[in-house]
Design a protein around this ligand. Structure first.
Ligand code: ADP
Length: 213
């Protein structure tokens, strides 16, 4: 279980509300022999963290939640679009050689293959390119279509999906990257329009950012 690092005073506030709540901020301050103002930041943090509830004219009460509920709550409330990267795309007419150059120049591990209008057709990773390079074929002549993973076998995410859910998809399917798509309906066919790229780097960045908050 993950725990938020609480200060000794915050721990004391939790213990007091657990045994005596609901209790007013002034009463907690008196017990701890500090002013009400000195407790303001601690009470705000504990309330935001969901560990304390606050009712006007009644006071603070212990919620019986733990900090892992809070962390799950925070992660579940951050959407993919808040952390996603810019997608790197090529057209399906591209050669494998062109994709290698694109991947190198754009410094990404996964390139999306799109049809006109930016609709997702396929996806190509480093391993796909290595595999294609192992044959005797001329990579300039080899179309990306032949080696890409194609729809409908691609695991996608959407801008509104929680970052936590998308991260679970990366783990469950053992892939490094998910295309972020808007689902649109064209001539009664569902199409996936690429709007972003969700990667393990986005999660690492979010992880560090949350610790800095
Ligand atoms: P790497 O090639 O760097 O190990 P991945 O682990 O992401 O990168 O890719 C492994 C395989 O999974 C490749 O064949 C790739 O085409 C495929 N793949 C990558 N991302 C997805 C995805 N979102 N959905 C379906 N298949 C994927």
């Amino acid at each position: 279980m993950i725990d938020i690092d609480l200060t000794p005073r915050q721990q004391s506030i939790l213990e007091i509300t657990q045994s005596e709540g609901p209790i007013t901020g002034k009463q907690i301050a008196d017990k701890l022999e500090v002013t009400r103002a000195a407790l303001r930041a601690d009470l705000a943090l504990l309330t935001m963290a969901g560990l304390l509830g606050a009712r006007p004219r009644v006071g603070y009460y212990y919620t019986h939640k733990d900090s892992s509920d809070y962390i799950a709550g925070v992660l579940g409330s951050i959407c993919v679009e808040e952390v996603q990267s810019t997608p790197v795309v090529v057209r399906e007419t591209c050669s494998v050689y062109d994709v290698i150059v694109t991947m190198f120049v754009e410094d990404v591990g996964t390139v999306f293959v799109v049809s006109e209008g930016g609709f997702l057709e396929g996806l190509i990773s480093r391993k796909d390119l290595l595999k294609a390079s192992m044959g005797q074929k001329d990579l300039n002549e080899l179309p990306v279509k032949i080696v890409m993973t194609r729809m409908p076998n691609i695991i996608i995410t959407t801008p509104e999906e929680s970052a936590l859910r998308a991260a679970q998809k990366l783990l469950n399917h053992q892939v490094d990257c998910l295309p972020v798509v808007n689902i649109v309906n064209i001539d009664n066919t569902e199409k996936q329009q690429i709007v972003g790229r969700f990667t393990k780097t986005n999660i690492t960045r979010l992880f560090v950012h949350l610790a800095d908050m």
